[in-house]
Design a binder for this molecule. Structure first.
Ligand code: OGA
Ligand code: NI
Length: 344
């Protein structure tokens, strides 16, 4: 069978290898959209010192309580967001042949389109999504490897990703100040790369049986997510799933697993997933602020103590962590096990 879901036609039921075990199925699909996830106005941070301090306080509080928040007045124009989202959507409307060719190789660093996860061959259940993933920083190293079609892809996504990288740096500066770390703490190899991952979730005939993305923590510092107006993202908070409302002109920001480790658990990386729906296609674009491959990750020594239950891990290279994330299919417990310090 054709693997790419967006190339399937007229699918009436979910194939067996897409049906999740009972305990990880979405269950109740009518989870109310939560307005409890904080919405933070980034323009405030540019006013005076007290407004900046207040914004930082809101970010740290949201990162501790939810691991998620949304930002508005972030400086990226609504038109640019719409245009980029429509270019992303177009990729999945290209001909079946074109989409087949977009697959290059298995290297984690190159441009690739795939379906389900990067471990399609070994996973037990497939995910209801097609994806396109590629690095975007430094732009000149990668832009020529991106899709040639739609024709505006490289220019539009290139300009947009430069702005996203800047937004990411602004947010990381506010976070480092909020943590009490020295100015520019993250402004180095720790945020040396930007990865774009476009998720495309076609309508699913039986959304209660399958998932677009299963429960995971993002294995990066922070994620800047652009949603298209169709809801589907859910966050685990105190053992309950809550839906993140798609707000026009906002970005969803979430704390990645690496930032939880670096901040000694002061900031929380929340587990989240994507559910599907039977009537609408949903597209989201995740921009991951990530370290350079060989960057060494360890808890910030300037922070005095570990928060409750925060596991102590050995230091490791980012690329080792990322490989582990894909190999364990994002299983947080297994990932942590691999990075336990050696026992004496
Ligand atoms: C991700 C992710 C959520 C979504 O790409 O890591 O969690 O709404 N995406 O697509
Ligand atoms: Ni994620």
């Amino acid at each position: 069978m054709e693997k790419l879901i967006s190339n399937w036609s007229n699918i009436k039921s979910v194939p067996e290898n897409y049906i999740f075990p009972l305990e990880s199925r979405p269950g109740d699909l009518k989870i109310p959209t939560s307005n409890s996830i904080p919405i933070i106005d980034l323009n405030e941070a540019q006013k005076d010192d007290s407004d900046r301090a207040n914004t930082i306080h809101q970010i740290i509080k949201a990162a501790q309580e939810f691991g998620f928040f949304q930002v508005i007045n972030h400086g990226i124009l609504e038109n640019e967001m719409k245009e980029t989202m429509s270019v992303f959507k177009e990729v999945f409307q290209m001909s079946d042949e074109y989409k087949q060719k977009l697959y290059l190789d298995d290297d984690l660093k190159t441009c690739k389109r795939f379906t389900s996860s990067l471990r399609y061959e070994t996973e037990n259940v497939h995910l209801w999504r097609d994806s396109l993933r590629h690095p975007a920083h430094p732009l000149e190293d990668w832009q020529h490897l991106w899709p040639e079609n739609p024709t505006e892809y490289r220019e539009c996504v290139g300009n947009f990703s430069v702005k996203i990288k800047e937004l990411g740096s602004r947010i990381m500066d506010l976070i480092s100040e909020g943590l009490g770390l020295k100015c520019g703490y993250f402004d180095n190899d720790l945020t040396g790369s930007l990865i774009i991952s476009i998720n495309h979730y076609p309508p699913c005939p039986e959304p209660s049986l399958t998932l677009g993305l299963s429960k995971h923590k993002d294995p990066y510092l922070i994620t800047i997510l652009m949603q298209d107006g169709v809801s589907g993202l859910q966050v685990l908070k105190d053992g309950k799933w809550i839906t993140v409302e798609p707000l026009p002109h906002a970005f969803v920001i979430n704390i990645g697993h690496l930032l939880e480790i670096i901040s000694k658990g002061k900031l929380k990386s929340a587990e989240h997933r994507a559910v599907t729906n039977s009537s609408q296609t949903r597209t989201s674009a995740a921009f991951f602020i990530a370290p350079s491959d060989d960057c060494l990750i360890e808890p910030a020594q300037d922070l005095t103590h570990y928060e409750n239950n925060q596991p102590i891990l050995r230091s490791f290279k980012y690329k080792e962590f990322l490989k582990n994330f894909f190999d364990t299919l994002g299983d947080t417990d297994l990932i942590l096990k691999s990075f336990e310090p050696p026992k004496n």
